[in-house]
Write a protein that binds this ligand. Structure first.
Ligand SMILES: [Zn+2]
Ligand SMILES: [Zn+2]
Length: 476
């Protein structure tokens, strides 16, 4: 069996992979509650001959499937959580929720998991038929949208045992992911005080609501003294009762603390903690905290980006039917799209010119081409727990077209596109590129050392896990 034969297995299994994606799209389970989706992957992995482990680091909706022995050990990362409030009929070009399920796959994780499964199966078959040394591990990682299972696994050093990790994300362009994104820590600050009659016995009351408000004010003043890249966001999750004539004895405020690196994020979190303690002291209330999740900044590696790009060039990109073009054009009309698609076009003038030409100035409904390779170290807004993986093993990511050009993330349009032929084709392409890159690593022992060397250099600051010891995954 050669590399092409292995990639053809993905086409042979296309029916099963598309059905898995569609079923998970229908289940649309929220972060850390993906019981049906996990079960489905478990069944597929068992059927395909992987040795399956259900649950990981006390996260029940995690699943791993391992095949092969010896090095290189390659992890293929899957996700399968949906988003609340994004119920939408598949393939529709108008906003139309589906009765009975309030959630939807607005980030395309139904496709992400199925594509990862396709890649893992092709790598497994290659190992099986060539008898080469190598291990492939499919990682079903719950809670990307909230929960950050990959960071919890990183706390237990799960990723350190890999020689490399590969993953992908549904998108509106075909590209190798480059650059970084923000480290982020989510934590709830819970104040409790003493309720009393606000007019009759105010001196007996100790207001938790005051404490939460003073904390927010304290953080306002902190903002002047944070790093340029830092940002802090908050939401009241409980402001006490609705009676102004009661001193509120309970209040909760959820914080999201973002920094360019995980090391800085953990330091900023400690400063926010002090402000919360100060607010409790001022109001004579009690403070407790509930850690929700944390993610590190991803480490981009040029060598890994080159390996993925080389394979992306070799894999045939999808061609679309007239109906698919028409659907994409109709969906594109439902949202505003300005500028050019793709990450690189924003930062590189030459690439911007190429993309401008290829997309007719951004007007084309589907970006049916491969973005030129672009290496970046720019930190973009947003966060992902793939970052934590990248601190423990060299990690590469690609994007494949699963939706019309410049489709907004986390939108009903993204949910609508998730069951279409466009999405299925993108998912199968992703599976092929990831499998092809993994097969290169298995075949050529000279490939990994430079990737590992770049990784050692990039991660020399040392990984700081944003998940404290003892913290358990929490559903917000
Ligand atoms: Zn998302
Ligand atoms: Zn996502």
């Amino acid at each position: 069996m050669n590399k092409n034969d292995a990639l053809n297995i993905i086409d042979a299994k296309a029916g099963m992979l598309c059905a898995a994606s569609d079923e998970i799209w229908g289940l649309a389970e929220l972060s850390l509650q993906e019981y049906g989706s996990e079960k489905l992957y478990e069944q597929f992995l068992i059927k395909e001959g992987f040795s399956v482990r259900h649950g990981l680091c006390s996260i029940e909706t995690a699943v791993t499937g391992t095949y092969g022995s010896g090095h290189p050990v390659i992890g293929i990362l899957a996700e399968y959580d949906a988003l609340s409030g994004l119920s939408q009929q598949g393939g529709a070009t108008v906003e139309k929720p589906v009765p009975g399920n309030p959630n939807g796959h607005g980030c395309g994780h139904n496709l992400l998991g199925a594509g990862a499964l396709g890649a893992a199966i092709a790598i497994k078959e290659y190992l099986k038929f060539t008898g080469k040394s190598g291990t492939v591990i499919f990682y079903g990682c719950p809670g990307e949208e909230g929960g950050a299972a990959k960071a919890f696994f990183a706390r237990e050093n799960e990723w350190s045992k890999l020689d490399a990790a590969l993953t992908w994300h549904p998108d509106d362009v075909n590209q190798v992911v480059t650059g970084s994104s923000m480290a982020c820590i989510q934590k709830e600050y819970i104040f409790s005080g003493v309720a009393s009659h606000a007019a009759g016995a105010p001196e007996q009351g100790r207001s938790a609501l005051d404490a939460a408000e003073l904390m927010n004010i304290g953080v306002q003043f902190l903002r002047e003294h944070m790093g340029q890249n830092a940002s802090v966001h908050y939401a009241f999750t409980d402001a006490g009762g609705v009676s102004p004539n009661v001193v509120q004895s309970k209040a909760k405020v959820l914080y999201m603390i973002r920094e360019a690196t995980v090391q800085e994020a953990v330091k900023l979190e400690a400063r926010v903690d002090k402000i919360a303690q100060g607010a409790a002291l001022m109001t004579e209330t009690q403070l407790s905290t509930r850690f929700i999740d944390g993610t590190a900044n991803p480490l981009p590696l040029k060598t890994m980006e080159q390996l993925l790009y080389k394979n992306f060039v070799q894999v045939a990109l999808p061609e679309y039917t007239e109906e698919e073009w028409a659907y994409a054009a109709a969906l594109k009309n439902t949202y505003e799209s300005v500028g050019l698609p793709g990450y690189a076009a924003k930062f590189d003038e030459n690439i911007a010119q190429t993309v401008d030409k290829a997309t007719d100035g951004g007007k084309r409904a589907l970006n049916d081409f491969l973005m030129p390779l672009y290496h970046s170290s720019v930190t973009l807004p947003g966060s992902t727990d793939v970052g934590d993986v990248s601190w423990q093993t060299p990690t590469g990511q690609i994007n494949c077209v699963t939706a019309p050009s410049m489709v907004p993330g986390h939108s009903w349009q993204m949910v609508s596109a998730g069951t279409t032929g466009i999405a299925h084709k993108g998912m199968l392409t992703a599976a092929k590129v990831l499998a092809a890159a993994a097969i290169d690593i298995i075949d050529d022992p000279a490939l990994l050392p430079p990737i590992r060397a770049e990784f050692e250099h990039a991660s020399s600051a040392g990984y700081v896990c944003p998940i404290p010891k003892g913290a358990k995954p929490e559903i917000v």
